[in-house]
Design a binder for this molecule. Sequence first.
Ligand SMILES: [Zn+2]
Length: 369
Amino acid sequence: MTKGYKYRIYPNSAQIEYMNSIFDSCRFVYNHFLAERKEVWEKQKRSMSYTDTSRLLTILKKDPGYVWLSSCDSMALQESLKDLDRAYKSFFAKRGRYPHFKSKRDHRRSYRTRNVNNCIRIEDKRLILPKVGRVKIKLSRGFKGRILNATVSKTATGKYYVSLCVEEELIPKPNAGGIIAIDVGISEFYSDSNGYKLENPVPLRKHEKKLSREQRRLSRKVKGSKNYEKQRIKVAKVHEKIYSVRTDFLHKESTKLVSDNQVIGIETLNVKGMIRNHHLAKSIQDASWNRFLEMLKYKSLEYGCSIEPMPRFYASSQVCSYCGYKNIKVKDLSVRSWVCPVCGISHDRDVNAAVNILNKTMMLISTSW
Ligand SMILES: [Zn+2]
């Protein structure tokens, strides 16, 4: 299995300068070949492949006007051509929008490079990166396995990180053997089939208030001025804080679910479709539901837990989990609780949905075993 490990790194000033030049070169290559692919399509109605662009890059590097590209980590340039190709593929598969040019003004930068002949490795508590050399790293947790690639990134506040993609042997971790179903919450993060409601992390609210205050201040500064830049970093710092509080929360809760349970039933709602609905947008983004699902999926492998998604159009909220009556009035999201007109049981909207998901999960797994 492959697993990601993220560490803070502390490049020295020469390394920072060199990393910045790689960020620039990668952005240049991406934009240059995006323009090229666009033009070929418009003039010749032909689409270029990754191999086409890779061949052209080799030629471009020999051009006296572009020799500076040769001093760059060549693997990183290839990876950015792959990213471009991936962006095109997802556009053609209707999964994403048309690739857009990368802006110079984006304060978050990154590049990815591949591990060939062990050129990326940890040695004497230092990270060895191709062409960059030995970089100081804070190894917060160790790993055992082969590094496949490394993504070097710089945040909007100027911190540097590396994400290592590592191929590891799967070592099973203990599982408590429970069975549970969870339903995406609107006011809470989720409700489960035991009637438990997981609240969104409280500190987030405080930071969010701070964020809107700092953003308001930023809007009053003159763009490009020194004060604007100072304020921009303040805003970015609050953003980073919010992201890290959320990430900690998601990690803690996803690990708990996959280690406590052998089976987890989950509603497969169309998160994109829900975000288009204005009322839900904030809470869904708050909850970072998609990231949570991703964590559950990869952690479930280690804990021998099986994630069971619901059939796409299963109306989990509208069915009475006790008698099976379908109450279409509950379709309205503002209905938070209801009493079944047939059996008279009173329901909390989300807990009832979670119980239905659990019943459906039991049915699905019993027929598949
Ligand atoms: Zn009922």
